[in-house]
Design a protein around this ligand. Sequence first.
Ligand SMILES: Nc1ncnc2c1ncn2[C@@H]1O[C@H](COP(=O)(O)OP(=O)(O)OP(=O)(O)O)[C@@H](O)[C@H]1O
Ligand SMILES: [Mg+2]
Length: 410
Amino acid sequence: MQLRKIKKIQDAEKIAAGEVVERPANVVKELIENSIDAGSQEIRLIVKKAGKALIQIIDDGIGIPPDDIEFAFERHTSSKIRSIEDLDNLHTLGFRGEALASIAAVSQVEIISRTEEKDLGIQLFIEGGKITKRKEISCPIGTNVKVKNIFYNIPARQKFLKSDSTELGHITDIMQRYALAYPDIHFIYRHNDLDILNCPPNDLKTTVFHVYGKSNAKFMEPINYSEQDIKISGLLGHPQISKKNRNYSSLFINRRYVISDLLFRAIQEAYKGVLMIGKHPFFILNIELDPSVIDFNVHPKKLHIRFERDEYVYNRVYNIIRGFIEENFIIKEAKYISTELELFIPGKESDLIKENTHELEEIKRPIKEIRERKKDKSTSKEFLNEKGELIDETVQLHLTDNIIGEEETM
Ligand SMILES: Nc1ncnc2c1ncn2[C@@H]1O[C@H](COP(=O)(O)OP(=O)(O)OP(=O)(O)O)[C@@H](O)[C@H]1O
Ligand SMILES: [Mg+2]
């Protein structure tokens, strides 16, 4: 093999940008996070051709000072952290100072931003990372970023983009997650002049209603747990709205959307016994932890995280969620079924009672006894329900009458 001299790679910034920007949805995520960090109350996303032609985010946040605006597009420049030690006390979504530089390296960017202190804002045009024009402009306080023609200067990347519907699906997904993480912010989302989402500031349940519809929202129970080391808030879906995949599981750590196999497993495990085999729980949870025990800097897209003590976090989350599920989806559920049936039973035994004697006896047995039986794995059996689906024995007690034949939307 021939030896080659080590030299600086030309256009290295375009290659590095690929780690942050792989598709339009990554741009959307970075821009939304910047708008949230800027304290915006309204974030408006306008997309053309599934983000391939235009991604525009307009916010009413604090804006970028005129002296800093060019700097914001340089790599490793940020107003959010000053050194690596600050990661131990991270309270912003951004921390690498890389997003705008990466986006600008692979697209045509136009930004307008104004702070409260100034009467005029600055407009900047950037092509492939190079600033081509700057001027003062009259505009509202906040930031308005247009990202046009993504990968216009890297045809090889452009051809790896998927169909409009796939790319749009990814954008919608990220927009919905942030609407759920920040129900106090007004999110507006438009594609090709069609309104896709308009989520005014609300409580989380109303936001779920906007995003997933009434049939899902009404089967979500609020959780609010607070201890010194951990806080868990959000909504846990009733087992009857569980889904075939994890798309409906939204997990936020310190209000950052993350994908954590460890925590997904803890939550799934906590639902054990009330979910049908192969189903995933529907939940929207924000877990607040001390930032010093989490490493957010694992992956360039900031979606994955690492914990200092995996086992501790797993057990804490599992126990809290399990306690909630037992209380709300097992004990209350059994009481509910029991009361309903009592009302239904006339003085003398009917055919219904005969048919359901076994089930009724089960329900009437003290909850404690049922719990203990569940704990004893050796007695737990799996069997097929009337639809031929494999379910756990404990599911029969609470859910057989409740399974709704809802269409999966994803
Ligand atoms: N919408 C916005 N409103 C106000 N300031 C912004 C906005 N977008 C970017 N900025 C400023 O530009 C800087 C650079 O943004 P950029 O997204 O590149 O880096 P970051 O957010 O600091 O870190 P990360 O790369 O992790 O996102 C930010 O630190 C912030 O000061
Ligand atoms: Mg950022």
